[in-house]
Design a protein around this ligand. Sequence first.
Ligand code: ZN
Length: 439
Amino acid sequence: MPADPPLDRRRFLRGTVALWAVGIAGCASNPVSGRGELMLVTPDEERELDRLRAPIQLSADYGAIDDPALVAYVGAVGAAVASTSQRRDLPWSFTPVDALYVNAYAFPAGSVGVTRGMLLELSSEAELAALLGHETGHVNARHAAARMSAGRVARMVVEGAAGLLEVIVPGADDLTDMAYGLGGLGAGLLLARYSREDERQADALGIAYMTAAGYPATGMVDLLGRLRDTSGARPDLVTTLFATHPMSDERYARARREAKRYPSKEPPLHLRERYMEATALLRRRRGAIVEGQKGERALREGRFDDAAIHFALGIRRAPDDYALHLLSARLTLAQKRPAEAIPLAEGAMAIKPGEPQAWQVRGRARYALREYDEALADFARHTEALSGEGSSLFMQGICHERMGDKEAAAAVWRRYLSLDRSSRLADYAARRLEDYGEE
Ligand SMILES: [Zn+2]
């Protein structure tokens, strides 16, 4: 995960103007502290951001795990913790997703995602409650809104996620590669990045919520200790987690002190047993997931042959794994072998028929094969499923142009500009509209 590039002055001004355009909520009362504070994003805007962006992130993380009992379990633990919080009336949802890296995140109206990689790291329901309590803490203290107020995420709200493309692939020449940069995200580019102070507050709130829900505070200490160990042993797995939720020894020590304020209880055995039972199917898949994690790392580092071996081993162990199929498809696209990506994407579609990401991946393959008509249908389906998703919409415009249908392309460019007004993709869309007008 690259560090934030410095904002140049023009982008900064644009961001500032965009921020004011969000609408000034002025002084709002913080739900946790009760104190007045300057918030430029209203609770309604938080809900809107959540409604548009959370489904895009969950889909980029390959959607909900195909294990209804585990989905219900994570949802129930999350609901128990959130019901003790100040903002219990938000539309909370806690979704375990198929992504392989270790992460958990919350959108500002209570959509929370936790990856398979993360679930495999935990060993007790108390740790899960601590993790979900921490995310619930960020939402209650409105940290994402405060980050937006600080300008970092505000541009995203206003301009659409495609506004971030410049950050994702600086200097990319090929606009379609830029659009795909967004579509291929799984690294949490839509997520708020919290400060160390935010982390301390979310840990403290998390402990308060989980203990109110009946869990022992030691779950938080165990969770943080475990993640700290993972960052030492396998740092690549937790890059995104710690880029968005900064970790430190100080944070761990503080959580230990904080936990002591609550009646000390060792996590009861039944919490461990219940967690092990709920995650039994997932843990049976650990071997395939570890292969996938190795493959993802190789893919990121450009070691395509290694990635292919790991993904193949993973699929052999778990032939019905949606994420592994799509990762393999994306690898063949990176290797410029689009014809091979199509059966892999279709395999993924058969495994999880409702999940949109496979359509975009097949669309990319068909586009590379110059089957623009078919590619267009896939991109349209992806856009339909995830309103507010800019990359497939942009690709629809490109497909129309390739097929010489300027009228249809113009309609797409106008729609695209309603999502995103200041990225290189937006500049392209605006320029094309001008070009059409002049002809
Ligand atoms: Zn955090």
